[in-house]
Design a protein around this ligand. Structure first.
Ligand code: LIP
Length: 272
């Protein structure tokens, strides 16, 4: 069993729990599922988001009794991030893709110990890719080490997240970022799942990724994956990401980060 030096995390149990919960995604029928809208524009939640989260929480609480939660559906524990273990969960990242039957969604789970992220896992059940990282222990996909790209920006692909829940305020900045990305990178991609976008940076498929606003559960696991794979992750201003509040995200290989930061700065300047 892979473990970390400090806490000997039950990595095999964590993976088993996440893989088991993902079976709910694979059995879903996108044509028949119950969907509700949340605040913002095009911000959906399906019955499966809630079922997957409840399944994960029941199993995690049995595995690590007394753990806290900061999760997308049904809120957070009292004083979620503090002493002891806290799970930050996006039960289905890429909910719109999931609702539409576009097989580009995943489960994203970060585990903090005494407010420090010690574990991150993102599972894509459609491709059967289990991305995992531990603090100081490296990043892996299905047990094989992964590393960010060595490509020059113009020879690589950058991913963009369009923050569709905030279209009234962010459509123009996103448009400027896309325009600037097309000048400075080989091409762009829009996957529809922030966690999968971060996995693509961690395993070198993309050289960079930007999304002007995300929730903590969208990036908590992917941030650790990218950093443990040799990449750089910051907020839109180059500062470290917060743990428990929304932020814009820049993620890139060392060869592409400065280009990404300059691209975003130029786009923001064009919006003024
Ligand atoms: C989504 C992200 C996506 C972003 C959406 C939303 P959800 O997460 O993965 O990149 O553009 O606005 O935040 O809501 O599907 O868990």
């Amino acid at each position: 069993m892979q473990t970390t030096e400090k806490t000997a995390l039950p990595l095999a149990d964590l993976e088993r729990i996440i893989r088991e919960a993902a079976k709910l995604m694979l059995e879903a029928d996108s044509a028949r599922m119950h969907v509700e809208e949340k605040s913002g524009t095009a911000n959906f939640v399906t019955e499966y988001d809630v079922r997957v989260q409840r399944t994960l929480q029941a199993a995690f609480s049995e595995l690590l009794p007394g753990c806290g939660y900061l999760a997308e559906e049904e809120g957070e524990s009292e004083n979620a991030i503090g002493a002891g273990y806290t799970f930050i969960i996006d039960p289905i990242d890429g909910t719109t893709n999931f609702m539409l039957g576009r097989r580009a969604s995943c489960i994203s789970v970060a585990l903090l110990e005494d407010s420090k992220t010690v574990y991150g896992a993102i599972y894509d059940p459609y491709a059967d890719r289990f991305y995992m990282a531990t603090a100081g222990g490296g990043a892996f996909c299905n047990g094989q080490p992964i590393h960010v790209s060595d490509r020059e920006p113009l020879k690589g692909v950058a991913a963009i997240g369009t923050a569709p829940y905030y279209k009234e305020t962010l459509s123009r900045p996103v448009t400027e970022i896309i325009y600037a990305m097309l000048q400075n990178f080989g091409d762009i991609r829009r996957v529809g799942s922030a966690a999968l976008d971060l996995c693509d940076v961690a395993c070198g498929v993309s050289v960079a990724y930007c999304e002007p606003i995300l929730s903590p559960w969208d990036f908590a696991a992917g941030r650790l994956l990218v950093e443990e794979a040799g990449g750089i992750v910051t907020d839109m201003h180059g500062a470290p990401l917060p743990q428990d509040k929304p932020a814009g995200v820049l993620a890139a290989s060392p060869k592409a980060y400065e280009t990404l930061k300059k691209t975003v700065d130029a786009a923001m300047a064009a919006c003024k």
